[in-house]
Design a protein around this ligand. Sequence first.
Ligand code: SAM
Length: 219
Amino acid sequence: MTGDARELAKTIEPESVDFILTDPIYENIDDYRWLAETAMRVLKPNSACLAWVSVRPAARSQIAMEETGLTYQWTLQYAEFGRNTMLHLYGILPKVTPCLFFTKGRRKAKPYIPDLIINNAPADIKPNNELYFAWQKNQIILRRYLETFSKPGDVVYDPFCGSGSLEVTCKQTGRNFYASEIEPDRAEIGRKRLALTQMPLFVLEENEKQATWDLEEAI
Ligand SMILES: C[S@@+](CC[C@H](N)C(=O)[O-])C[C@H]1O[C@@H](n2cnc3c(N)ncnc32)[C@H](O)[C@@H]1O
């Protein structure tokens, strides 16, 4: 959906979302507070909310989110092998990108949490085409998080979706999603990327299995 997440989120039913993973503007602490309030409303009990953050404002964002009643669990870390910390126009661009991990209520037991992922591949190849947006997130990492915190058929919510990297990964792995982006050009890139993405057959099969399990549980 193109528009302001704060408005669009009002249409999401309470306790209808299985997993939130999003990448807000790191300096906008109020957006993290709003995100956490929204997570308290739309997430199913014991589900996870992950928010990418930058090292410097991470503590302030964490406190703002905790104040809403979400439970802080851990900070996941993602490091780029080929990248070093550097001074950037907007401040320091670090080698490590943290992601705050919260739950609504108790955490579901997980055998393994990817709390440090080092991307050993050479620096991402940036496509020099109309589908590229400078802050696109790495799909390998997004997939690891999706597969840890959700299952095929689940509903994922990403209020600050940019050019749709998470949504493309959701489609590739059989997750449903709500996503919003305020900048129409960026939302359009997301739509184009999604149109070029095909859901693999094994995911379709998984979805069918999931539908059967749900039915069995209901019976
Ligand atoms: C860091 S970028 C996300 C990039 C994304 N992970 C990707 O791979 O393309 C954050 C996005 O949030 C959007 N945004 C900021 N405030 C918003 C709001 N209130 N509602 C919807 N989108 C918003 C920005 O326009 C920006 O594209």
